[in-house]
Design a protein around this ligand. Structure first.
Ligand SMILES: C[S@@+](CC[C@H](N)C(=O)[O-])C[C@H]1O[C@@H](n2cnc3c(N)ncnc32)[C@H](O)[C@@H]1O
Length: 278
């Protein structure tokens, strides 16, 4: 089960009032949204890219008239809001990346701990991790391992992949692990890099933040929970570029307390930034 991170901090940051509306841009099964619903009588627009998760969420919230669920990417935020005419948005939450469900149940190769097809896509279309590993040039692989995985041995690992795939295509997580055998320590970073590349996660976040700003009411709150430095860098850059339009509530990002990290190790790298629209 996916445990929402920074629950108390998200609710304090969004500060929902009785008649306010919110967008949960990474709805999943509505962990955060449920907490928001307890504080407001307003509506929530939930966006979830993953069709399998979306179907389950839709079923879970089928009797709740205050929740509108859309199966799409948040990169289409402005369009979605316009299409369903979702007005007076007081807060938007992004809790980016994958969920525990992706690791535990999707069978799409998100973790190196299980032998699964090397897919790593949130949605059905797109270039899978398998295609990336088997078609990218050495330079391209090195770039993603460096940029999205901060992997020091990026070049060596890219070379090992090219050598291995000449023999036969790399199709599963365990086949990839065999290729990386001497660099076992690098596995989390290589898997992270492939997932980010497959889903265009950084590009999408960059494209979406300015849309979120447009959609928000003046005085509205934009909350972003990121899980690695590449994502947080995008948020920091966005703050810099929009100084005249937004005010960060805190100088430094909010991180989980020790107790939360103990109970939910996945939260250890979470960073929350809260921005207020002027
Ligand atoms: C970390 S989980 C969110 C968990 C949720 N806040 C909760 O506490 O229950 C991230 C979710 O965002 C979804 N997601 C990832 N990229 C997305 C995108 N571009 N558009 C919409 N949803 C996306 C994932 O499928 C996943 O379900």
């Amino acid at each position: 089960m996916h445990i929402p991170v920074l629950k108390k901090e998200v609710i304090e940051g969004l500060n929902p009032k009785e008649d306010e509306n919110f967008i949960d841009a990474t709805f999943h099964m509505g962990g955060h949204s449920q907490l928001i619903l307890e504080k407001t009588k307003g509506k929530i627009l939930g966006i979830e890219i993953d069709e399998d998760i979306f179907k389950k969420a839709k079923e879970k919230f089928k009797d709740n008239k205050r929740v509108v669920l859309i199966n799409d990417s948040y990169v289409n935020l402005e369009e979605i809001v316009e299409e369903i005419d979702f007005k007076n948005v007081n807060g938007i939450l992004f809790d980016v990346g994958m969920s525990s469900w992706h690791i535990d149940e999707s069978k799409r190769g998100f973790t190196f701990k299980k032998d699964e097809p090397l897919n790593m896509l949130f949605k059905k279309e797109g270039m899978s991790a398998e295609e990336i590993v088997n078609t990218y040039t050495k330079d391209e692989l090195e770039r993603i391992f460096k940029d999205y995985g901060e992997e020091k041995k990026a070049r060596k690992i890219a070379e090992a992949i090219l050598k291995a795939r000449k023999e036969k295509p790399i199709k599963t997580t365990f086949e990839l692990i065999n290729v990386l055998a001497q660099n076992y320590h690098a596995l989390p970073r290589i898997f992270q890099a492939l997932r980010i590349e497959a889903n265009k996660e950084l590009e999408n976040l960059r494209k979406t933040l300015s849309q979120a700003l447009k959609v928000l009411k003046s005085g509205g709150r934009l909350l972003v929970i990121s899980f690695h430095s590449g994502e947080d860098r995008i948020v920091k850059q966005f703050i810099k570029e929009n100084k005249d339009k937004i005010e960060p509530l805190n100088k430094k990002p909010i991180v989980p307390e020790m107790e939360e990290i103990k109970q939910n190790p996945r939260s250890r790298s979470a960073k929350l930034r809260i921005l207020i629209k002027k």
